[in-house]
Ligand binder design. Structure first.
Ligand code: GSH
Length: 202
């Protein structure tokens, strides 16, 4: 299977971390793509009309997106312990955890686009501050979750780890660790794993 990707994308990283954790990484061929909302890659757009990465093309020609769908697919095709429980509240807890991580990523990526793609004279500080507030609120709630819910290895904690690491990468001046020892410890623990070390963007 082929994964259309770019190393800085936190959604790509989530999928790659899952591929490492499940032993599937060697079955995935990576297609590096330069793609932004303003300069979409034409070949990617033929596969995914939303023009977003990650996009996964299976050996039988099926195309899967977005990162949630790809993650669920990959978790379904390995023989090890599942990272998304099949049913019950455990499944929904993991999905909500993923929604928190993905939501932080979506918001941080939106701020990044505002800063990197929009001409400086059109950038809207009020909007960016409102987006940043969502990130702060989400982090404050995650900090209150019982440790196991975040420290255990599952799709949700992978998403949160990718989101926290993306904040370090794109918002180095935002000291999200201050007053958040649970999240600080969580990312420190995850960062020891090969799945994070091997997917760290330059
Ligand atoms: N909900 C999507 C979000 C993916 C996404 O936003 N990817 C960004 C890169 S981090 C992208 O491809 N942006 C290009 C665009 O917005 O046109 C997912 O979970 O995969």
């Amino acid at each position: 299977m082929k994964l259309w990707y770019s190393p800085p994308s936190p959604f790509v990283r989530k999928v790659l971390m899952l591929a490492h954790e499940t032993g599937l990484i060697d079955k995935i061929e990576l297609v590096d793509v330069t793609n932004t909302a303003l300069t979409p890659d034409v070949d990617l757009a033929k596969l995914n009309p939303l023009g977003k990465i990650p996009t996964l093309v299976l050996d039988d020609g099926h195309t899967l997106f977005d990162s949630r769908v790809i993650s669920e697919y990959l978790d379904g095709v390995h023989d090890g312990e599942k990272l998304l429980p099949a049913d019950g509240m455990g499944r929904y807890n993991v999905l909500v955890c993923q929604a928190m991580g993905d939501g932080i990523m979506e918001t941080a990526v939106a701020i990044r686009y505002e800063q990197a793609l929009r001409p400086a004279e059109h950038q809207w500080d009020v909007w960016m501050d409102a987006q940043q507030k969502k990130i702060v609120q989400a982090l404050d709630v995650l900090e209150t979750w019982r440790a196991g819910r975040l420290q255990d290895m599952h799709l949700g904690s992978i998403s949160v780890a990718s989101a926290l690491s993306y904040l370090d990468f794109r918002q180095p001046d935002f000291n999200w660790r201050e007053g958040r020892p649970v999240l600080t410890q969580m990312l420190a623990t995850f960062s020891e794993r090969e799945s994070m070390k091997k997917t760290k963007p330059e």
